[in-house]
Write a protein that binds this ligand. Sequence first.
Ligand code: UGA
Length: 509
Amino acid sequence: MREAEYTTAQAKVAFTYNSRSPRTDPTHGRRPHRARLPNEQTRHQMVNAIQPPSQNTTTRPRISFLGCGYLGATYAICFAELGYEVVGFDVDAAKIESFNTGVLPMHEPGLPELLKKNLESGRLRFTTDVQAVADFADVHFICVGTPQRKGEHGADLSYIETAVVNLSKHLSRKVLIVGKSTVPVGTAQWVQELVDRHAPEGLGVEVGWSPEFLQESNAMHDVLRPNRIVYASQSEWASQLLKDVHRGILELAAVEDREVPVVETDLATAELVKVAANAFLATKISFINAMADLSEAAGADVVDLARAIGYDQRIGNRFLRAGIGFGGGCLPKDIRALSARAGELGVGESFRFLDEVDSVNTRRRTHTVRAVADLAGRTSGPNGPDLSGVRIAYLGATFKPDTDDIRDSPALDIARRLRSARADVVVYDPEGLENAKAYAPELSFVKTLAEAVADADVVCAMVPWEEFRTLDPEALGRQVAERRILDGMNAFDPEQWRKHGWSYQGIGR
Ligand code: UGA
């Protein structure tokens, strides 16, 4: 684990904090002070000689994170690791109990170890008691969900409203409330109005905004070592507090000889940065998926194409993996909410392309069902294909590998569509089985890869878990009834599989 290379104690020694405004100096003046990584011996001495960071004499505000989902929980745990005193709040008592007993109620690599370590350090705890949270923290981060509104494209802000109103009523001193959830632009202003209405009069509670960019499955790394920090405040007081809150991240960066750019901006821009980033990423994926359609029609290979254009640094080679489309709790709903908000603000026309990005993405699902039918030798009628009697070994249910999150998972949706086409779909996923079972009880679930592939007529490899990417065509071939594979991950070498007698179908190749 990369995190083992770092202790906050080392960071404290190595970092010289410079309080120049990040607006004029995005490196926080760290460039001249870039610290070198200590060698093994000095590292050892530092660990033993330095007080734990909780006794750091520099200003470290006490922090709360309201909402302990993938986002809030990761932040709470990582900020405790960075040396801050932290409390995580959630209304779900079972979840809070789980955190407090050191059991992470979700799958996220590296986080269980960090949870245990920081509970033991005494810097981290979780509670359902909002009064305790209000009394404890100087800075409260709002990390609750902002799902898509039922039957609409806009974001549902009711969890934000509940969290903010509830917290505000219990406050008894001036604090900073900072939004982290992904929201429509203009939300921060509305949150300030809520606070003004519900906090005791005269406290002067302020609202700031600081979007997050963590990717599930890499969440711990993204919080401890972000590629940028963005925040917005409404006063010098709040700006200083935000600087103090992020100091731990900059200290760690200095110790590791890295730069973390800081963008301090206004509230509306901070809100927009997040949705703009997600919309851009979604557009990139739909672009390559559109190219996949064209490649299939023209007999080209989209994997080679993506590699070739990705060498141009203006394009870059990441987020150009064609496949079954993007899913998860963020990208799909964020592009819809952005488009809806743009419409409300009178600039909807400029964002029509996002509706197409969305359509290209959801069309992957019908496209993939057709590809499976083709492999199985079934033709599609006006009502889609009839796959009765076809046993499908279905590998992957989560929206991407290394998570148990199945929110808007393309893989799971396609599995359901195949089931609707009367296929016998046997699903295996390394971590997502429980969540998938609760969501799609009509599917069959098995606990091992071997059970899934036994006697299969078609293998659908849908989510690029390590366990699937490393499948051996010959060994797998001995377990299935028919050597037919749909590579929804575009992870295999088609020639290799064909050499071993497989009918191979990728996406866009
Ligand atoms: C996304 C963003 O990447 C984060 O920066 C952001 O903080 C987060 O949303 C959020 O808003 O909270 P995440 O939803 O965890 O992160 O997942 P990604 O790694 O972005 O993947 C999203 C989907 O795109 C997955 O279904 C993945 O399989 C798919 N994808 C990704 C592709 O189909 N092709 C690619 O090349 C890359």
